[in-house]
Design a protein around this ligand. Structure first.
Ligand code: NI
Length: 136
């Protein structure tokens, strides 16, 4: 089994807050990310795929096909968008890095596994100091 990773970048706005809480309570729990008038992040995402090397190509999977899937399923939907208002797969969810990583996994798993390899992890970095990793 061998692992390959595609790294992608996107920019998005969001607000991490519960509608049923006051602005004060949201600020207390979610900090700066609860700002009522939104804010943005430059996200970095690593999508890792695993499988066996195809002896005919030397590839686990064709990275251009992986790249096309990430673009279609994630980047076209989130880049320069508002995660809370514009992104169908985030509707009604709290746009924490954790939740975003899980929802990105759900978007990618089917199409990537259809290539004959397996989605291994989605790593998502929201700031220089914080990232999350999801393994399904
Ligand atoms: Ni934030």
């Amino acid at each position: 089994m061998i692992y390959i990773t595609r790294k992608e970048l996107f920019c998005a706005a969001h607000k991490v807050a519960r509608k049923d809480w006051t602005d004060e309570k949201n600020k207390e729990v979610f900090g700066k990310c609860s700002n009522p008038n939104w804010h943005g992040h430059n996200y970095t995402m690593w999508v890792t795929v695993k499988g066996e090397i195809n002896p005919e190509t030397g590839f686990v999977a064709n990275l251009s096909e992986i790249s096309d899937i990430i673009k279609r399923e994630i980047l076209d939907k989130v880049d320069h968008k508002n995660l809370d208002m514009d992104v169908d797969f985030m509707t009604g969810k709290i746009s924490s890095t954790e939740t975003l990583a899980v929802e990105c996994w759900k978007q990618l798993e089917g199409p990537i596994n259809a290539l004959g390899c397996f989605l291994h992890s989605v790593k998502l970095q929201e700031t220089e100091k914080n990232f999350v990793e999801y393994f399904g």
